[in-house]
Write a protein that binds this ligand. Structure first.
Ligand SMILES: Cc1ncc(C[n+]2csc(CCOP(=O)(O)OP(=O)(O)O)c2C)c(N)n1
Ligand SMILES: [Mg+2]
Length: 330
């Protein structure tokens, strides 16, 4: 694929976002084993930051995103407020969902992040609904749904792709192929290595990109999002990347070949993109250091905000969990 490089400002912004996402999740990794610091399972997207920033870059504020259990990077790249996001991950009442979702069901309406589904393969059918609404209302907006290589083997994902193609919905499917689904390797759960190739079975464009290269992700996302926005139907992007940590923070990756892990650590997208932009004269080493300092400061502020916030009161448990339908109760 020939890559037209985005301009320097966009590339600097992508690097800065990747550094921030990494710092945010590294802090979660530190907090996760500490008693009572974070409720629930922590699922991090360390190593997948380039997919998040590259896909979000060409989107407009009116576009909708639907993400999965590995959502923090997507939401931060989309512009979610780190303080209320961190507070939610900590289960606090000041959190973006008032402490009722925790890390696994985050919804950030301020940035049109409609849903985080932890049910593997459940995001794409919901995205069909969101994209149908956009088409029905004749909006120019599109929906982007993120799912994993494991989810790609779920029947619901195939049904969603089929329906989206039949109805020509403005829906961009983004499969983050991080080579693992829990403790199952790609070869164990996927009959064909190339998930993007399945797009032709639904008559939509499919593109495989290097998910560790934000420039390439951005270029493909912008082309495919353009296709969806022009009313030409859905598209599929497969971003090939790697999950650098365990499935969740409880998982010590005993099943991962250390050589494979080392190979991918050498391709760490945050480090390699920093080196690339330095070599190309887009940023100086000092710029990266200042991005890292700024990221650390913002993460400190987010953690302090979360830790100083109260937990929701038990008597509020049933508040804000139901919206009356405009069509009345059936
Ligand atoms: C329907 C369903 N089956 C199984 C699970 C348990 N589970 C949670 S994440 C996961 C692996 C998903 O792998 P993938 O789609 O590749 O996403 P990744 O975790 O690699 O980001 C599994 C099996 C679940 N949450 N939902
Ligand atoms: Mg996976």
């Amino acid at each position: 694929m020939t890559t037209v490089k985005p301009d320097a400002g966009v590339r600097r912004a992508m690097l800065s976002q990747m550094i921030f996402i990494r710092a945010f999740e590294d802090r979660l990794a530190e907090l996760a084993p500490q008693k009572d610091a974070l409720p629930g399972m922590q699922i991090l997207a360390t190593g997948q930051e380039a997919v998040a920033v590259g896909v979000m870059a060409p989107l407009g504020s009116e576009d909708v995103i639907i993400t999965n259990h590995r959502s923090h990077g997507h939401l931060l790249a989309r512009g979610a407020d780190p303080e209320t996001l961190m507070a939610e991950i900590m289960g606090r009442a000041t959190g973006v969902n008032r402490g009722k979702s925790g890390t696994l069901h985050l919804i950030v309406p301020q940035v049109n992040a409609l849903m985080t589904s932890t049910v593997v393969g459940a995001g794409p059918p919901m995205a069909v609904g969101a994209a149908f609404a956009q088409q029905y209302r004749e909006e120019k907006a599109i929906t982007v749904v993120f799912f994993g290589d494991g989810a790609a083997a779920e029947g619901s994902v195939h049904e969603a792709m089929n329906l989206a193609a039949i109805w020509k919905l403005p829906l961009l499917f983004v499969c983050e192929n991080n080579c693992w689904a829990g403790a199952q390797s790609l070869a164990e759960h996927c009959a064909v290595g190339n998930i993007a190739a399945r797009a032709s079975a639904y008559g939509m464009p499919g593109q495989l990109v290097d998910g560790n290269n934000p420039d390439e992700v951005l270029e493909a996302a912008s082309q495919l999002a353009g296709h969806c926005r022009e009313g030409r139907g859905p598209a599929l992007m497969e971003a090939f990347t790697y999950r650098l940590r365990g499935h969740g923070e409880h998982d010590r990756q005993h099943y991962v070949d250390p050589e494979e892990l080392a190979l991918w650590k050498a391709k760490d997208p945050v480090t390699t993109y920093g080196v690339k932009l330095t070599e190309e004269g887009v940023v100086a080493v000092q710029d990266i250091e200042s991005m890292e300092r700024e990221a650390g400061k913002r993460v400190d502020e987010a953690v302090a905000f979360g830790q100083s916030s109260p937990f929701p009161k038990p008597e509020e448990a049933l508040e804000h969990v139901w919206v009356e339908s405009p069509w009345g109760t059936p």
